[in-house]
Design a protein around this ligand. Structure first.
Ligand code: GUN
Length: 292
């Protein structure tokens, strides 16, 4: 079997087009949705994400506010920036890029964001709302995964889903969303016994462990759908000029998994583009909720 490729890049473009149309309508009523992003420090991967977020925010017609703070910014100052953004009516969404430098308590920072502006869905109120099936801000990466799964399958009801990874950002909210769509959900992780055996029972596999190409084709049930959340940069030999070449890969070994799966998301071009598209959609939602 050769898997169908789930094209996250094309899907994200459709989501952005819908958001763009809706933003135009909101702007016609005199309100411009605004997203504020806080970046503390100079982590290069985070800087790239933040730049992309800002660029796409402007492209869909929303206002982008970037707050770049030095790595040694005291926690109190980050909290003060958040307090100002919470009070600013032009800001409908607030995102503080993770990871934060070690001297800053990320839980404290996330708890300081107004839950109504928490477009990441990381505030404990939104975590609780999602867990109890209420209207929540839903974390962007799992939301993007769910949208692709629903688009591919229609109903997910009764399917066996295995989420590999138990992070607060992806694994746990992903499991909640799949449960909300009536899947039978298993959360597997680094300590799970007989992990390949557990994964082989899954109709849906969501891999979010952060280990390059860990999931191989022999773990996959024939015809299963594989959603690869991983973004890992690995060595790929040398360029002609002798400098190192790198390659982006997921948590799944693409070739062997695609030979067995029914459908699979590629890396890059799968989950990644959907994450930012969902962030824009969440910002629009926050703006619409704030303005009735
Ligand atoms: N770091 C890696 N992924 C994310 C995300 O989705 N949101 C935030 N705020 N930081 C991240």
């Amino acid at each position: 079997m050769t898997a169908e490729i789930i094209d996250g890049k094309a899907f994200a473009a459709k989501v952005r087009a819908r958001v763009t149309e809706e933003v135009a309508r909101v702007r016609a009523s005199g309100i411009t949705p605004g997203l504020a992003v806080i970046l503390v420090g100079e982590d290069p991967a985070s800087a790239v994400y933040v730049r992309n977020k800002g660029k796409q925010t402007v492209e869909v017609g929303m206002e982008s506010f970037e707050h770049k703070l030095p790595a040694d910014t005291p926690e109190a100052e980050v909290l003060a920036v958040i307090a100002r953004l919470n009070a600013d009516p032009a800001v409908h969404g607030i995102l503080c890029q993770l990871p934060l430098p070690g001297h800053i308590d990320a839980d404290k920072v996330l708890a300081a964001i107004d839950p109504a502006k928490d477009v990441d869905g990381f505030h404990i109120s939104n975590v609780g709302l999602l867990a109890t099936g209420q209207k929540a801000m839903v974390p962007c990466t799992p939301l993007g995964c769910l949208m692709m799964l629903r688009d591919h399958h229609g109903s997910l009801s009764g399917m066996n889903a295995v989420v590999i990874g138990r992070s607060n950002i992806v694994g746990k909210p992903m499991a909640q969303l799949l449960l909300g769509d009536s899947c039978t959900v298993t959360i597997a992780h680094s300590r799970t016994r007989d992990l390949p055996e557990v994964v082989r029972r899954a109709d849906i596999v969501v891999a979010a462990v952060g280990r390059a190409e860990m999931v191989t084709g022999d773990w996959i049930k024939p015809g299963a759908t594989v959603i690869d959340v991983g973004i890992n940069r690995i060595d790929a030999g040398l360029k002609e000029d002798g400098t190192p070449r790198t390659r982006l890969v997921g948590d799944c070994d693409f070739d062997s998994c695609a030979a067995v799966a029914g459908a699979i998301t590629p890396v890059p071009g799968g989950v990644g583009p959907m994450t930012i598209a969902c962030l824009l959609a969440n910002t629009l939602t926050a703006c619409c909720r704030a303005n009735g």
